[in-house]
Design a binder for this molecule. Structure first.
Ligand code: NAD
Length: 497
């Protein structure tokens, strides 16, 4: 059985506990991952502590060169990484490459890190007084990541954290940990000093050790909302800087004037791609007006029935299995619940079975119509290939649905009307908005983050927000007097007036 170990300086020794890594295409166990504890974390932190000051002292241009080389290496290993990612997660190979590519784009941003680390400077803020600021690394930062983007999310955090001068420890999902380890190995190969990018594995026990560790200054978390909230509270209580991104239930508003063929193509991809296991998936569609709803449904049903579900290595498949048997059961439980709650089950994916892969964790595409906001299956995240139609009589009702939902990660509006789109973007109570863009994940040099229960803390991921999160500002006020007495009263708070 393949063993996946921690990637820490000096190794971690024998693991007392292990977790199973499944093959979602077939249902079997393909590997075991070491589940670490506080002792493993202590070793990683000690190595990080020893290595970080020298790394922070490396000039930013040289740190950026590691990112340039890293980009080259990840690109050179793209096929191997995508195959490994797909084999543990279940997303199709092309989508696995997209996962890695979106992470690489953050690495590209970090190739320009000297530019963004430049501070501010005011000459002559007072008589003979200059003021300047600098961004310094926190010291040791940790990233705790979910299963659904095992390459992109570790790189959102790890590339920014290290290129600004921190030592970074990654605690990836224990469900698909192999790619995170490969990403760390490639960092070392790219010239990153030992101890600057390490990986520890584990579950709640390891997360709690991280949150309580006195030498860890910052924790970035992405996962489900209840755990995000817990991580945020416990980490902040221990005096750490914490950002914690949570779950989502993104809505796509379809206005009567939208190009419905385009909408159907966008929607099927955004609702069912990666088996719906994306925090920026579109699992709720809101047609505005009964006529729009009927026209949309007529086009949507055949498009959904034509979707090809296959093993993750099938180049023709639109999506593959979900990550575990437990997750398949949970998604199917939500389908049953939504039907019980009185929604119309238009396409039922529960009976789907792939010949030759009967034990794989497949869920067929599922469509509900006449879903209403009081249903629990609407209020909660399903995180599977399930699309719910919630009909809205008018624009104001459609605007209210995502605005009042507990989650506020992403939202999209489909329309040809610029005024409606502009109004919607300005007024909707959600953090990331797409206008005729179904999955509005911001590019790497902008920042990613939702609102409400989709994110706890006040900085986003990557871009300048990421740089802010992983650094602290120091401001220096310097005076070089010319020697003449200034006659000021040293007992009065200094002003520049
Ligand atoms: P998860 O919350 O189960 O796990 C996330 C991380 O928390 C993992 O590293 C896991 O080991 C750890 N963890 C699990 N249980 C824990 C516990 N009881 N105490 C402490 N730590 C614990 O999430 P997941 O199932 O891996 O990922 C899917 C979720 O992540 C979905 O809710 C999805 O919407 C969300 N997500 C959000 C974003 C975003 O940016 N907002 C991005 C991707 C995924």
């Amino acid at each position: 059985m393949r063993q996946i170990d921690h990637f820490i300086v000096g190794g971690a020794g024998r693991a007392a506990r292990k977790g199973a890594i499944f093959d979602p295409n077939n249902g079997g166990v393909q590997a075991e991952v070491a589940l670490g504890d506080a002792a493993v974390l202590d070793k990683a932190v000690a190595a990080a502590k020893a290595a970080q000051p020298a790394w922070a002292a490396v000039n930013p241009q040289r740190r950026a060169r590691v990112m340039f080389e890293y980009k080259r290496l990840v690109e050179a290993n793209m096929d191997e990484l995508a195959a490994l990612l797909s084999s543990e997660h279940g997303k199709v190979i092309a989508d696995a490459k997209g996962d890695i590519q979106r992470g690489l784009e953050v690495v590209e941003f970090c190739c320009g890190i000297p530019h963004v680390l430049k501070g501010e400077y005011t000459i002559g803020a007072g008589p003979g007084i200059d003021v300047w600021s600098m961004r310094q690394p926190i010291g040791i930062g940790v990233g705790i990541t979910p299963f659904n983007f095992p390459a992109m999310i570790p790189l959102w955090m790890g590339a920014v954290a290290t290129s600004v001068g921190n030592a970074f420890i990654l605690k990836p999902s224990e469900r698909d940990p192999s790619v995170p380890v490969r990403l760390a190995e490639l960092m070392l190969e790219a010239g990153m000093p030992e101890g600057i990018f390490q990986v520890v594995h584990g579950d709640k026990e390891m997360v709690d050790a991280i949150l309580d560790h006195p030498d860890i200054g910052a924790v970035s978390f992405v996962g489900s909302s209840d755990i995000a909230h817990y991580v945020y509270e416990r980490g902040v209580r221990a005096g750490k800087r914490v950002q914690a991104m949570g779950g989502a239930k993104n809505h796509g508003i379809v206005m009567p004037d939208a190009d419905l063929d385009q909408v159907v193509s966008d929607l099927t991809g955004a609702a069912f791609g990666s088996a719906g296991e994306r925090c920026m998936a579109l699992p709720v569609v809101v047609p505005v007006g009964e006529d729009t709803a009927e026209r949309l449904r007529d086009k949507l049903v055949p498009a959904i029935e034509a979707l090809r579900v296959g093993v993750s290595t099938d180049a023709e498949a639109h999506y593959g299995p979900v990550v575990t048997a437990a997750h398949k059961q949970k998604v199917e439980g939500w389908i049953a619940k939504c039907a019980e709650e009185g929604a119309e089950l238009v396409v039922d994916g529960r009976s789907f079975s792939l010949q030759g892969h009967e034990d794989g964790f497949f869920v067929g595409p599922t469509l509900f119509d006449h879903v209403t906001p009081d249903m629990e299956s609407y209020r909660e995240e399903i995180f599977g290939p399930v699309l719910q139609i919630v009909r809205a009589p008018d624009f104001e009702t459609a605007l209210e649905l995502p605005s009042k939902h507990q989650y506020g990660n992403g939202v999209a509006i489909f329309t040809r009307n610029g005024h409606a789109a502009r109004e919607f973007a300005a007024r909707v109570n959600v953090g990331m908005v797409g206008i005729n863009v179904p999955i509005p994940v911001p590019v790497a040099y902008h920042s990613f983050g939702g609102w409400k229960r989709s994110a706890f803390g006040d900085t986003n991921q990557h871009g300048m927000e990421g740089v802010k999160f992983w650094t602290k500002v120091k401001t220096v006020t310097a005076r070089w007097p010319d020697g003449s007495p200034d006659g000021g009263n040293a007992f009065v708070i200094p002003t520049m007036g």
